[in-house]
Design a protein around this ligand. Structure first.
Ligand SMILES: Nc1ncnc2c1ncn2[C@@H]1O[C@H](COP(=O)(O)OP(=O)(O)OP(=O)(O)O)[C@@H](O)[C@H]1O
Length: 555
């Protein structure tokens, strides 16, 4: 049950939005609660100072009954805060339980329930709240119920979707098959694994709930005089908005601070939960003895990498390897074995809908499980793709494209970038770099384009170069030239190279070590000497070895 554990152990990564949200909501909420205790009496106290402007005694002036406007705004905010919290608790409790329970129900009931949730979610929340508030009648708690009920479908749908993904996972299937009661499946296996998106939903429900309640009270459907909340205060201030504009300041500001604070917390939580790569803390237990995470000094370290679809289907499992400085490691396997997903996880370029977990993922001193900046990432990992025909924009000259990285990431001037890239093109044995820089991609051969791609990848002096089948689209002679180029780059720059191929023949000529992948897992790891000597153990490796032609790439 790895994820349940990891959900508890996962640390919250603070970010500016989260900090700003906590400060804003926490600070305003606390101020409101303390202030309404201290100066709350003034909210109901009538005095002869009617309709006074702002003064030292009444910072926001007084209303037509001589009541202090600031005290009323703070007491109104306290009421709105408590009502929004109550509505959030009700809608989240019912929505989460309903959404999770749907998946433990028999198939037919589940399908009907899911369809019902889809239909209800298609009605705008505010509209539903308006109708319910009108039916239930005016009053604080009627308003809370109306807004809470309107928010239930969205929460139920989110929970149902998350539960659906988790329900396919092995640990839930095992729990169900071993007769774990339905309540325990929900409480122990489903809910802890969706804590993060649900927390984001709590922040959104609070923020929209507060605004919806204020809007309903404002139009006369919620809290009624002599009770008041922020919306009611705004409605009371409306008739005199031009003569006494100060009256709207307090309630408006408090609605803004509270709702924006909650929204920022939601955004911050969403950012803290990196959807692409998450650290799987419990995976440490699975790390082989002698290779504790963090212990390796290799420039590239991958430990317990797993990639899964949103529905939980695993695509890559338990992949661990290291690449030393100046080492070329081959990753081979038939189509669909998980080679590209492994490489894309390292470059943090996984397609939408896929998530990667690992106990360690590091390249060139950068923790790829942390939050490396785009620049750090671009400086650390470079990719060379399979098809040089689609790597470049056909509408732009090569010079414009090849100098882009240097100009954007290194801040080099146009001429400095051009001079660096000219040298790099010469390094990959392009004889007339100036002509290549002036040319459009279609004017160059496939081999030239691939050499240019390698030159562009080297521009950032990356710690890791990922070459994803860089020779597949080229004819044999050109391919051999490109492979020789990669070998030379490794020797001259000490770059670590992950070379992906389905062709063991190429790999055994070029690489130092080879990892063989099948169905998302590494089934064999061996040195290329062993490979050349035919000393393979896995039948799958033997099959790959027997099925490939050889290229003469040794220089
Ligand atoms: N965006 C995606 N969404 C869902 N499944 C995907 C996605 N991308 C890849 N897969 C699946 O993940 C598995 C591994 O794919 P991957 O591209 O890593 O294989 P590969 O070994 O690189 O294959 P190839 O040699 O054909 O490039 C395959 O079953 C593939 O269908």
């Amino acid at each position: 049950m790895p994820d349940a554990g990891s959900a508890k152990a996962r640390r919250l990564r603070w970010n500016p939005a989260l900090i700003a949200g906590v400060v804003l909501l926490g600070g305003t909420g606390l101020t409101v609660l303390i202030a309404s205790l201290v100066i709350g009496d003034g909210a109901a106290r009538l005095s002869a100072d009617i309709a006074q402007p702002a003064s030292g005694e009444h910072w926001l002036g007084t209303d037509y009954f001589g009541r202090d406007q600031l005290a009323r705004a703070l007491v109104g905010a306290e009421a709105s805060l408590i009502m929004a919290l109550a509505a959030t608790v009700i809608s989240m409790s019912i929505g989460v339980l309903a959404g999770a329970a749907v998946w433990t129900a028999p198939r037919r009931v589940r399908e009907l329930a899911l369809r019902f949730v889809e239909i209800t979610v298609s009605y705008p929340e505010l509209l539903v709240a308006v109708v319910l508030a009108a039916i239930l009648g005016a009053g604080r708690w009627q308003l809370v119920v109306a807004v809470a009920v309107a928010n239930i479908p969205a929460t139920a749908r989110l929970t149902a979707n998350l539960s659906g993904a988790l329900y396919q996972r092995d640990f839930v299937t095992t729990a169900r098959l071993s007769g774990v009661p339905r309540r325990a499946v929900i409480g122990r296996h489903l809910l802890p694994n969706m804590a993060e998106p649900l927390l984001i939903q709590v922040a959104a429900a609070f923020s929209t709930g507060l605004v919806a309640m204020s809007a309903l009270s404002f139009v006369g459907l919620g809290v009624q005089t002599p009770d008041f909340d922020l919306g009611r205060l705004l409605a009371d201030a409306l008739p005199s908005i031009y003569s006494r504009p100060l009256e709207v300041v307090g309630p408006t500001l408090l609605i803004l601070l509270l709702s924006v604070g909650a929204m920022l917390i939601g955004d911050g939580l969403a950012a803290a939960v990196d959807p692409r790569v998450r650290r799987r803390t419990t995976a440490r237990a699975e790390t082989p003895a002698g290779s504790a995470p963090g212990a390796s000094t290799a420039p590239v370290v991958v430990r317990d990498l797993a990639v899964a679809r949103a529905d939980g289907t695993p695509l890559v499992r338990g992949v661990s390897f290291e690449i030393g400085r100046g080492e070329i490691v081959g990753l081979v396997g038939e189509s669909g074995s998980g080679k590209s997903l492994t490489a894309l996880s390292l470059a943090r370029l996984l397609p939408e809908g896929l998530t990667a977990t690992a106990s360690e993922l590091r390249a060139g001193g950068i923790d790829l499980l942390g939050r490396p900046t785009r620049r750090e990432l671009a400086d650390t990992v470079a990719m060379v793709y399979q098809d040089p025909g689609t790597t470049f924009n056909p509408a732009l000259r090569m010079g414009t494209q090849l100098t882009e990285v240097l100009r954007v990431h290194r801040g080099l001037s146009k001429s400095a970038a051009r001079s660096v890239i000219t040298d790099l093109l010469a390094k990959v044995h392009i004889t007339d770099p100036e002509r290549v820089l002036r040319a459009h991609p279609y004017e160059l051969s496939g081999g030239m384009r691939q050499r240019a791609m390698i030159a562009a990848a080297l521009a950032a002096e990356p710690a890791l170069l990922v070459a994803d089948e860089p020779t597949t689209a080229l004819d044999t002679t050109v391919a051999a030239g490109i492979l020789r180029e990669l070998g030379r780059i490794r020797d001259e720059t000490g770059t670590s190279i992950l070379f992906i191929s389905h062709d063991l023949g190429v790999v055994e000529e070029l690489c130092d070590r080879v990892l063989v992948m099948k169905d998302g897992e590494i089934v064999e790891e061996l040195t290329c000497e062993a490979l050349r000597a035919g000393a393979v153990t896995a039948p799958y490796t033997r099959m790959l070895l027997d099925s490939v032609p050889r290229l003469a790439v040794r220089s």
